[in-house]
Design a protein around this ligand. Structure first.
Ligand code: NDP
Ligand code: 2IT
Length: 450
């Protein structure tokens, strides 16, 4: 393709339809009917139209130089969605599929997730269509520095505090923080997920996965069950998947699957989580590297399955934890999980189940933990990191883990009690949406029209 033709292709594909954002908005608004009926003020003050419109959307060019000396250009985003409850808070995603619609959906979800934690946090999200796969460490560093060179003027410990998400982990937060400090001269809590020796919090790395398992534990306890002895499948093999697997194993479950964008690993004896950490966190290798040391495991490549199916959901389990990405579990996957006896689905990723998949789970009356409640442990622990930064303290592992556990229990209770009040105690989707929305909407009313 010629240079000019390539640039035309890029601008034509730069703005795909915002279907994911529409899906996230519809899910929340579909839950709110009875609440809007009870509290007419929300309509009177047009809260819905105000809450679906971000406070501001920042878009910028990120220019960096690759290892061959070529000048490369990516898109950068920070969507500051809603600051009613506190400073903007939410992660950064680096993935080639990122577009405005992706960041809008994630930012919208973040408002209500953060509200559910009960902590003083507004909602935001950001990222780039940069693809970290196959990039050298030097390229990752130069990209992060270029990204922060634009972003730094918009963020601050009391205004907007980004963190990690897909493609942004401890390494990237380090490079981003270093550049912020170089530009501003300030060592302050402007990002969360920092290294432990320079302002990070113990348990932040583990928090999203651990939190999702604590949430599942609460859902099962309601049904008189525990995780002990349960066969579980976890999709993804990144930050959330690894620590979901670790906590499930600590609580006596057997996790038999992990996955990535190329396929699924089935290890009937149980995923070797330390090996997974080494491959993913230290060596940044594809999941197939796992097979070299675990001959009993097998790999189910994605290309062997129909285009819209996900092999990880074909493995029989008692409980499933989607921890990779949005819309990774569709209605057919849901039907197969249910047919194979799955009784609990707890969402570690953001919006991993399609709308139709959620309906299948609800019709089957299984325990279903919706993302904005079940994966809120990550951002909640980010707030604990902000709190430690503000007071210049460092809490020990057990102190933070204890607080995280308490927050997850409280989120579950809030969702369950709200669902009960609106007539369907097991519908935690409705409970989460109503409870999260109500906290934001009431604070918006308190703060006047803007
Ligand atoms: P990571 O980058 O650490 O891991 C992402 C994992 O998901 C990888 O295994 C990746 O596989 C897989 N994946 C990503 N995109 C796709 C895709 N299109 N199809 C199939 N697999 C894919 O990210 P995290 O673990 O941090 O995030 C996972 C999910 O959890 C996301 O939905 C994120 O928004 C959500 N989340 C994260 C939080 C956090 O604290 N990190 C907090 C709350 C939610 P591959 O390597 O092949 O791309
Ligand atoms: O989706 C999420 O909640 C995150 N990626 C974590 C956000 C945060 O600020 O810790």
């Amino acid at each position: 393709m010629s240079y000019s033709a390539e640039i035309i292709r890029k601008i034509k594909t730069a703005a795909p339809p915002q279907t994911e954002f529409h899906q996230a908005v519809e899910e929340v608004l579909d839950s709110l009917g009875p609440l809007l009926h009870d509290i007419p003020k929300y309509q009177e003050f047009n809260i819905l139209e105000r809450v679906v419109e971000p406070d501001r959307q920042i878009m910028f060019r990120v220019t960096w130089v690759d290892d061959e000396g070529r000048v490369r250009v990516n898109k950068g985003y920070r969507i500051e969605f809603n600051a009613t409850l506190g400073p903007y808070k939410g992660g950064l995603r680096f993935h080639p599929t990122v577009s405005t619609g992706t960041i809008l959906f994630l930012g919208f979800e973040q408002i209500f997730k953060n509200a559910l934690t009960g902590l003083p946090l507004g909602g935001a999200k950001g990222g780039s269509n940069f693809d970290p796969k196959g990039k050298s460490d030097g390229e990752i560093m130069r990209f992060c520095q270029a990204f922060m060179t634009e972003l730094y003027r918009h963020i601050g410990p009391n205004t907007d505090v980004p963190a990690g998400d897909i493609g942004v982990g401890g390494r990237e937060i380090g490079y981003l923080f270093g550049q912020y400090k170089r530009l501003t001269g300030r060592h302050e809590g402007v990002l969360t997920g920092k290294g432990i020796s320079w302002g990070g919090s113990l348990v932040r790395k583990e928090a999203t996965g651990y939190g999702a398992v604590y949430f599942a534990k609460q859902m099962l306890a309601e049904r008189g069950e525990t995780l002990e002895g349960k066969v579980c499948t976890v999709s993804g093999s990144g930050n959330v998947a690894i620590y979901t697997t670790e906590k499930l194993q600590q609580l006596g479950a057997r996790v038999v699957a992990a996955s990535d964008s190329r396929g699924t690993l089935h290890d009937p004896e149980g995923i070797h989580v330390e090996l997974l950490k080494r491959i993913k966190e230290e060596q940044h290798l594809p999941l197939t590297a796992y097979l070299e040391e675990r001959p009993g495991a097998r790999h189910l490549p994605l290309e062997d399955y129909p285009a819209h199916r996900h092999p990880v959901w074909s493995i029989p389990c008692d409980a499933a934890f989607p921890c990779a990405t949005q819309n990774e579990l569709n209605a057919e996957d849901a039907a197969e999980l249910l047919n194979n006896g799955c009784r609990c689905v707890c969402e570690g990723a953001n919006m991993p189940s399609t709308t139709k998949a959620i309906h299948r789970f609800q019709e089957a009356h299984i325990a279903f933990g919706p993302a904005k409640a079940a994966n809120a442990g990550g951002v909640a622990t980010s707030q604990l990191e902000m709190s430690q930064n503000a007071s210049m303290e460092q809490w020990d592992f057990d102190t933070v883990d204890f607080k995280l556990h308490g927050i997850m229990r409280q989120i579950h209770e809030t969702c369950r009690e709200t669902a009960r009040a609106y007539g369907d105690v097991h519908n935690l989707v409705m409970g989460a949406n109503i409870a999260g929305f109500r906290r934001v909407a009431d604070a918006m009313l308190d703060q006047g029209i803007h």
